[in-house]
Design a protein around this ligand. Structure first.
Ligand code: FES
Ligand code: FES
Length: 151
């Protein structure tokens, strides 16, 4: 049994210790925000935060989060929608949306650590996340504007 917190709730799973965190989140706990793109740590679609750090959940065995605080994009919207989520909406930073939860989690982690990133800093922080649709410009616009809005 692995016990941890997810989006502020105490949770537990009887999944095998080496089960992927991504699968436990999606299939056991029904948090379907994290997406499976590549399943190999290359695309960032599965990004969640573990104790605040953005991590690709397809690479994490669930036993590794014992006692940790995990946040998915569902938790990012609690208790109110995060500024970067609103900014994505305003700036049209999502098209098909498969990459969006991962980008939001990586962006939220960046903004917590660096509330005033440059565009270049935003690009570096989001470098592990791939998007086939947007060309990235609007995503970076949204991250920078989210800061401007909160300032
Ligand atoms: S599904 Fe995890 S990095 Fe692509
Ligand atoms: S919006 Fe389609 S992959 Fe990013």
């Amino acid at each position: 049994m692995t016990r941890f917190r997810c989006n502020g709730m105490d949770v537990q799973t009887g999944a095998a210790p080496m089960s992927r965190l991504l699968d436990v989140l999606r299939e056991d706990l029904r948090y379907t925000g994290p997406k499976e793109g590549c399943g190999e740590g290359e695309c960032g679609a599965c990004t969640v935060r573990i104790d605040g750090e953005p991590v690709m959940s397809c690479l994490v065995p669930v036993c590794q989060v014992e006692g940790a605080e995990v946040q998915t994009v569902e938790g990012l919207a609690q208790p109110v929608v995060h500024a970067v989520q609103s900014a994505f909406l305003q700036h049209g930073a999502a098209q098909c949306g498969i990459c969006t939860p991962g980008f939001l989690m990586a962006a939220a982690a960046l903004l917590d650590e660096n509330p005033h990133p440059t565009r270049e800093e935003a690009r570096v922080a989001l470098a592990g996340n791939l998007c086939r649709c947007t060309g990235y410009q609007k995503i970076v616009d949204a991250v920078v504007r989210a800061i401007a809005k909160e300032a």
